[in-house]
Design a protein around this ligand. Sequence first.
Ligand SMILES: Cc1ncc(COP(=O)(O)O)c(C=O)c1O
Length: 384
Amino acid sequence: MDFPDEEALAIVDDPSRTESGSDKDTAMLEKLAAQMLVDRDHMLGFPVNLDFDYRMFADFLTVHANNVGSPVDDSEYYLHTKPFERAVVKFLGRLAGREDAFGYITNGGTEGNIFGCFIGRERFPDAVLYYSDMAHYSAPKIARLLRMESCSVATVTGEGMDLDCLRDRHRQLGDKRAAIVVATVGSTTDGSYDDIPGIRSALADVASNTHIHSDSAFGGLLAALGYETRPWAFESGADTVTISGHKMIGGPIPTGIVLAHPEHVDIIRNADVAVGADDDTISGSRDAVSPLMLWYELRRLGRVGLRRRVLHCLDTAAYAVERLAAEDLHPVRVGGTNTVIFDAPSEDICARWNLLIVGDKAHLITMPHVTGEHIDRLCADLRS
Ligand SMILES: Cc1ncc(COP(=O)(O)O)c(C=O)c1O
């Protein structure tokens, strides 16, 4: 986005402005929206889905709806959407292998990771927190926030966390301690997956207790619904699970879903303190519109449509590999992921297609809005 700060500030801070604003304000927003729509058609480098249309939700922009407090209790603030939030949680809980999972809609993957690690820390206060060197940057931040001893574990290229390294590190601590492990299911770096059952067995006789938080923000739905299903959630031994709402499902506002075993949530619950509801979430006031949008989209797609969407992402990634190889850009893709890493082209092309650059490589992520036609247009740009 290329929008001068001074232009936005000039209007907000204009002493002569009237309460009703002016045509200038509207024109500025229209200009910004038009620019975003152009950028949307060139977004190939970030794991967000831009294929949605929620304009029918306009009426919800005229009320303040708020899902304050526990997702399980209706609060004394009547303008809420908790029945829809519970439906989304049930849908994803079933997919994750626990139909009665506790869950709520967060403001994104980071909040879900905080929640999962918080539950783990409250279960096992002496635990050490482990995460791979490809984990999302929220993992070390959470260690700091929760004042936990923590350790980054090396990864094996394309295979996720090095389990021998994890086991050795924990064994070296001496007295058997508990371990909390953030397992990244779909790393932001190359899409790779940590092996959840492998983590549990690696720690089985060296940890007094283990809590595994599955950070499935990026790769959970790919793991659940791809050509080859992979361990990602409760069925494979995770205790808490984060899924992003704005990645594979999609929406205009960052959002996510966190799931947990209901019996583990009791430990953090404060009864009846949140506007007539219990407090068992990280935030107080919570977004009540995203749950409606997620519900609408999941209801529209169903499990079959969601799978079709996942397969579209994987097929487009395979097509991108083929096309970029023909351009001699040495594309690499970890199996079962939609991230394609290739020799970075010129700065102009990377900026035009919003490609993420790491060192001398560019990252292309085939999210649902990306089609073969986008790849063809990128390749045409590469050639000219
Ligand atoms: C694996 C993973 N975990 C966590 C997050 C954080 O999500 P958010 O930006 O919604 O807080 C991301 C975001 O890219 C991610 O890819």
